[in-house]
Design a protein around this ligand. Structure first.
Ligand code: SF4
Ligand code: SF4
Length: 454
C-alpha cells in the first residue's frame, strides 16, 4: 500500500472538524501545511492535551504529511497563551531536527477556524465557499496527525477518541474511549452535578445542543467528538437553541436597528467575503414579496457565505437577534429555488481585521460560561464500556457499508464497514467482542476479551 492507501485503510478523517477524509486532503500538492492546534472554541481541552502528551507523535505525523504534499512551509498554529503546549512542541521539533514553525495566535474566536487560521498564518484569504488548497494550503488538525503517525508506523486504524468533558460536572476531565461509547457514560465519569441536564457536543458556539433524555442516551462518541459541555436546562445557551424560527422572525422584523455590528464583526466579512447579515435582516420583511431571482440573491445571497460561527448572534448584536439562524434559513431557501451567487475567487482581508477580533474571555462572559472557563485537565481517564454503537457515517461523504453480521466475533481494529468509492471512510471496530445488531446506520458491539484494555 502506498501512503494514501494506508491513510484511507486506517479510516482517518479530520479529528477536529466535520470529518473530511484525510486521504483525500493529503492527495494533493501544496506550498503550506498548517497543523491546527488552536482549539477554535472555548472550553475544549483536547488539542491542548494532545500537544502536551503526544508532541513527538504529532511532529512525526506532521513531517509525514508535509512530505506527502510536498509542503515547503510547515506550521503548527496555536494560541500564544498555550505555553506548556508550545514548549512541548518546540522540544519535539528540536529533537526531530524538523523545520516546523510555531505560529502563535492571539486568544480570539474563531482562531482555529480553518479559513481564519489560513489568513493569520499566510495572509491569504480563501475564496468564498472555497478550500485552503485554493490558496496553496492544506490544513489538518493536531489529533489527525497523531492518528496519521499511528497508521503509517503501526498500521493502526482509528478506534479511539480523546475528548474533554466539562461544564456542570465535579471535575473537568480528559477521556480516551473507544469510538461508539455513549456520551452519557462519558458524562458519568466526570460526575454530573445535576440530574436533569442538557449537553453541548463540541464547543459552545457551534456544537450540537441535546436537551431531550432520549437524544442524550442515544448519542455516542465519534471520530470527530472532541468535547462535551454539561449545562443546566435553563442555561442561556440551551434555552436559546430551542427558540422557534417564527419567534426569531418576529423579533428580527421588530427589533433590528440596522447597526451593522453583525456584519462588521463577521470573521468571513473581515477576510473579504461578501457576507452582510445586516442586509439579510433588513430585507427579511419582504421575503415573500420578491419575485425576481436576482433581487432575491441581492437581498439574501450573501447567506451562502456564512460559516455558522455565530459571532453575530452571540456577541455582535446588541438586540440579541439571530442573523446566523436567518442565514441558515436562507441557505436552504436559495438551494431549493435552484439559485446561486457568484463566488469571489480572490477576496482580500478588510481593514480593521486585527482590531475587530472577538476576545475569547469576553465571549465566554457573554455566553454565561465564565464559571467553567480555565479548568484545565491534568490526566486522562481510559475506560471501555460494555457496549459500543459504532455509526457507519462519522465523516463527510458517503457512509461506509457493513462488512459484519449479527453474531460475528470481531477484533479491535477489524474493518466492520467499508468506505464507498469517492469521498467516504472505513470504519473499524473499537473493541473486541460480539456484534449484537447491524443496520445501515451502524453496529452495536458487546465488548468481550482481554485486548480491549490495550
Ligand atoms: S454566523 Fe454570523 S458572524 Fe459567523 S459567518 Fe455567519 S454571518 Fe458571519
Ligand atoms: S447587529 Fe443586530 S441589530 Fe444590528 S444590524 Fe445586525 S441584526 Fe440588526
Amino acid at each position: 500500500m502506498n501512503f494514501i492507501e494506508k491513510v484511507r485503510a486506517a479510516g482517518i478523517v479530520g479529528a477536529g472538524g466535520a470529518g473530511f477524509p484525510t486521504d483525500v486532503k493529503l492527495n494533493a500538492k501544496a506550498e503550506y501545511l498548517i497543523i491546527n492546534a488552536a482549539e477554535c472554541e472555548p472550553l475544549i481541552e483536547t488539542d491542548k492535551y494532545i500537544c502536551r502528551e503526544y508532541a513527538e507523535e504529532v511532529v512525526a505525523g506532521t513531517l509525514m504529511a508535509a512530505e506527502q504534499i510536498g509542503a515547503e512551509k510547515v506550521v503548527i498554529a496555536l494560541k500564544a497563551i498555550y505555553t506548556p503546549e508550545i514548549a512541548a512542541l518546540k522540544a519535539a521539533i528540536n529533537k526531530a531536527g524538523a523545520k516546523i514553525e510555531i505560529s502563535e495566535m492571539p486568544t480570539f474566536y474563531p482562531a482555529g477556524d480553518e479559513q481564519i487560521t489560513v489568513e493569520f498564518v499566510t495572509g491569504r484569504s480563501v475564496p468564498e465557499r472555497g478550500l485552503p488548497l485554493n490558496v496553496g494550503v492544506v490544513v489538518n488538525n493536531v489529533g489527525t496527525m497523531m492518528n496519521l503517525y499511528e497508521a503509517i508506523t503501526e498500521g493502526k486504524p482509528v478506534t479511539n477518541k480523546f475528548l474533554s468533558v466539562t461544564g456542570e460536572v465535579a471535575k473537568t476531565i480528559m477521556l480516551n474511549v473507544p469510538i461508539g461509547t455513549s456520551l452519557r457514560e462519558c458524562v458519568d465519569k466526570a460526575g454530573a452535578l445535576i440530574d436533569d441536564y442538557a449537553i453541548i457536543v463540541g464547543g459552545p458556539m457551534m456544537g450540537d445542543v441535546l436537551t431531550k433524555k432520549d437524544d442524550i442516551d442515544k448519542a455516542v462518541v465519534t471520530k470527530t467528538t472532541g468535547n462535551i459541555i454539561v449545562l443546566p436546562k435553563d442555561h442561556y445557551l440551551v434555552t436559546w437553541s430551542t427558540d422557534s424560527m417564527e419567534k426569531l422572525r418576529h423579533q428580527t422584523k421588530s427589533a433590528c436597528i440596522q447597526c451593522r455590528m453583525c456584519t462588521d464583526l463577521c470573521p468571513r466579512y473581515l477576510i473579504g467575503h461578501d457576507i452582510q447579515p445586516h442586509l439579510v435582516m433588513r430585507n427579511l420583511w419582504r421575503e415573500n414579496l420578491i419575485t425576481d431571482d436576482q433581487e432575491y440573491i441581492n437581498c439574501f445571497g450573501s447567506a451562502l457565505n456564512c460559516c455558522d460561527c455565530r459571532i453575530c448572534e452571540t456577541f455582535a448584536c446588541p438586540m440579541l437577534l439571530s442573523p446566523q439562524k436567518m442565514n441558515a434559513y436562507f441557505k436552504v431557501q436559495i438551494r431549493e429555488k435552484g439559485l446561486d451567487k457568484p463566488r469571489n475567487q480572490e477576496p482580500t482581508a478588510r481593514e480593521g481585521l486585527d482590531i475587530r477580533r472577538v476576545p475569547t474571555g469576553r465571549l465566554v462572559a457573554r455566553l454565561r460560561l465564565s464559571k467553567y472557563y480555565g479548568k484545565h485537565v491534568q490526566e486522562c481517564i481510559e475506560f471501555v464500556p460494555e457496549n459500543v454503537f459504532i455509526p457507519f457515517s462519522q465523516h463527510i461523504g458517503k457512509p461506509a457499508l457493513a462488512q459484519v453480521k449479527v453474531g460475528d466475533n470481531v477484533q479491535k481494529g477489524q474493518l466492520i464497514a467499508a468506505a464507498q468509492e469517492g469521498i467516504s471512510a472505513n470504519i473499524h471496530s473499537s473493541v473486541s467482542g460480539v456484534v449484537k445488531e447491524v443496520s445501515a446506520q451502524g453496529a452495536l458491539i458487546h465488548a468481550e476479551g482481554g485486548d480491549n484494555h490495550k
